[in-house]
Write a protein that binds this ligand. Structure first.
Ligand SMILES: Cc1cc2nc3c(=O)[nH]c(=O)nc-3n(C[C@H](O)[C@H](O)[C@H](O)COP(=O)(O)O)c2cc1C
Ligand code: SF4
Length: 515
């Protein structure tokens, strides 16, 4: 009888050698005359244990990790295919404390199933949400999303149901559903993991959005740096079409919805929703002035939903299990769960989906296990390159929208990047300005010019030139960018700069440094 082993095809696992491990498993099995079927799954998000190999045994799936190519022969000899004992044996990975303590709603299937096995998707509650949405009808479906308390996971945390309601209220006619899969924030990877590990959940979420607001076409705007996600999404869309889940008669409802993937050209600003729409229309990614909102006049001038991958992929579960079940998770105005992405100088990086309310310290210590270097963690940046830096004195802040906003920070897309005590916060502040200068679309002066001047002034401070005057200039530039920029890129670049100045002033006043 053939034994099945699961090896992730997630890009993160591949980067850590999963493909070589899979090939080596095949060769070892052939040499040993053992019948082995290798199946590919998404990553469980425990990147510190990738490549993670799971073997199906009579007692369930038994995991080993990390399993590099060079570990395979030894594991075979120890009885890998029987789930035998070995120092890298982890047992049933779902019982591992790092995973068992998580609350995986959006990522429930990721790592468990073959991402392109439509039957497995349906067998694990897939398409129950769409079936319920079709039963409920547009108004009630949108109400359900509103009731769930779901807020956009792309960064701005706008209530999803309210956005959908605006599109639904527009006159019947051409409307679109667009998915923002640009995922440009540093240290973030949940969109990629979801698309590579459970693509049908995104397709189902977009279909629910389409039937709810009366849109018949959807587009996924995918960053060019995600070739594996592109492959998986395109294959899944073709399978969904074949299965009658996309096309002229979705799930036999008589309603039409179809979608396609469009690949961006690699600019951070194309993640901002109006730039994304420009880019989708074939133009250079540049901000559109609002109003009108995309929900009123978006893609090709038609009412358009713009939602992040995680927002849309969370919707099927909300419809399948009900808004009340989703609201049970989280606290205050932050309902449900958030897939946090832990990266940077951290011992155990990866994806942690938990209800809102986990503190930064719990994330860094209980999940992250402290810094990779073993030195104290001095700062974390939350919410991508435009997010504030938090000092250790703020690590007891709960990871939820209002608590972070109260300390001048933001949650963004849930990326948390850790730095140890060797970090130079002046350099981080200078880099924030340089990043903005590099990525600015150039449409407004505060961002286009302010970021260049800001980077120059911070470099001058680093050289010890006219420090006090340059510091005043940086504060004034931040103030102008914050209040007068046309979009969040220029408008939020001051967050990392001002938080670095506020919490780590010593780094801005120390001796001139070389280089
Ligand atoms: C400079 C900038 C970059 C952004 N990049 C992304 C991105 O990569 N992905 C994303 O989903 N949202 C991004 N956003 C937020 C989007 O403008 C928009 O709020 C979001 O896609 C809406 O979806 P949601 O309501 O589901 O979060 C960005 C915003 C700004 C200002
Ligand atoms: S803030 Fe920057 S990115 Fe945004 S519109 Fe102005 S120049 Fe363009």
């Amino acid at each position: 009888m053939s034994v099945t082993a699961w090896v992730p095809r997630d890009a993160g696992a591949l980067a850590l050698g999963a493909e070589a491990t899979a090939r080596r498993l095949e060769r070892e099995a052939r040499a040993a005359g053992a019948a082995l079927t290798i199946r590919r799954n998404g990553s469980r998000g425990i990147y510190w244990l990738e490549p993670l190999v799971e073997v199906e045994t009579a007692a369930g799936r038994v995991a080993y990790g990390p399993v590099g190519e060079g570990d395979v022969a030894g594991l075979f000899a120890a009885g890998l295919l029987q789930g035998a004992a070995h120092p890298s044996r982890l047992g049933n990975i779902e019982g591992h404390p790092w995973l068992a303590s998580q609350q995986r709603l959006t990522f429930a299937r990721v790592g468990r199933i073959d991402p392109l096995d439509l039957a497995a998707y349906r067998a694990s509650d897939g398409y129950k949400g769409l079936a319920r949405a079709l039963e409920l009808g547009p108004e009630a479906t949108v109400n359900e999303v509103t009731e769930s308390g779901l807020r956009g996971r792309g960064g701005a945390a706008f209530p999803t149901g309210i956005k959908w309601q605006t599109v639904l209220r527009q006159p019947v006619g051409r409307k679109y559903v667009t998915c923002n899969a640009d995922e440009g924030d540093s240290g973030t990877f949940s969109d990629r993991m979801l698309m590579e590990g459970d693509p049908f959940s995104l397709i189902e979420g977009m279909t629910i959005a389409g039937v709810a607001v009366g849109a018949t076409r959807g587009f996924i705007y995918l960053r060019v740096e995600y070739p594996h996600a592109l492959q998986v999404m395109n294959a899944a869309i073709a399978l969904a079409r074949e299965g009658g889940l996309l096309g002229a008669d979705v799930l036999g409802s008589g309603k039409a919805f179809d979608l396609e993937v469009r690949v961006g050209a690699g600019a951070y600003i194309c993640g901002e929703e109006t730039s994304m729409l420009e880019s989708l229309e074939g133009r250079r990614g540049e901000i559109r002035v609002r109003p009108p909102l995309p929900a009123e006049k978006g893609l090709f001038g038609a009412p358009t939903i713009v939602n992040n991958v995680i927002t849309l992929a969370t919707v099927p579960g909300i419809l399948a299990n009900g808004a009340a079940a989703y609201r049970e998770f989280g606290q205050a105005k932050s309902r449900g769960t958030l897939p946090l992405q832990l990266a940077g100088n951290i011992r155990r990086g990866g994806l942690v989906e938990r209800a809102f309310g986990l503190t930064v310290r719990e994330l860094l210590e209980d999940y992250g296990g402290g810094s990779m270097s073993g030195r104290p963690i001095r700062a974390v940046q939350i919410g991508g390159p435009l997010g504030a830096y938090l000092p250790a004195s703020q690590f007891d802040t709960p990871l939820e929208y209002e608590a972070l906003s109260a300390i001048g920070a933001l949650l963004g897309h849930g990326g948390v990047v850790a730095f140890d005590d060797t970090v130079d916060m002046l350099e981080m502040a200078r880099y924030a300005m340089e990043f903005c200068a590099h990525e600015s679309c150039g449409k407004c002066t505060p961002c286009r010019i302010g970021s260049v001047r800001g980077a120059e002034a911070l470099a001058a401070i680093g050289r010890g030139e006219d420090r006090e005057r340059q510091l005043v200039l940086v504060e004034e530039l931040c103030d102008t960018m914050l209040n007068a920029s046309l979009c969040g890129l220029g408008g939020m670049t001051p967050f990392p700069v001002q938080s670095a100045l506020k919490h780590f002033p010593e780094d801005f006043r120390s001796k001139p440094r070389g280089g």
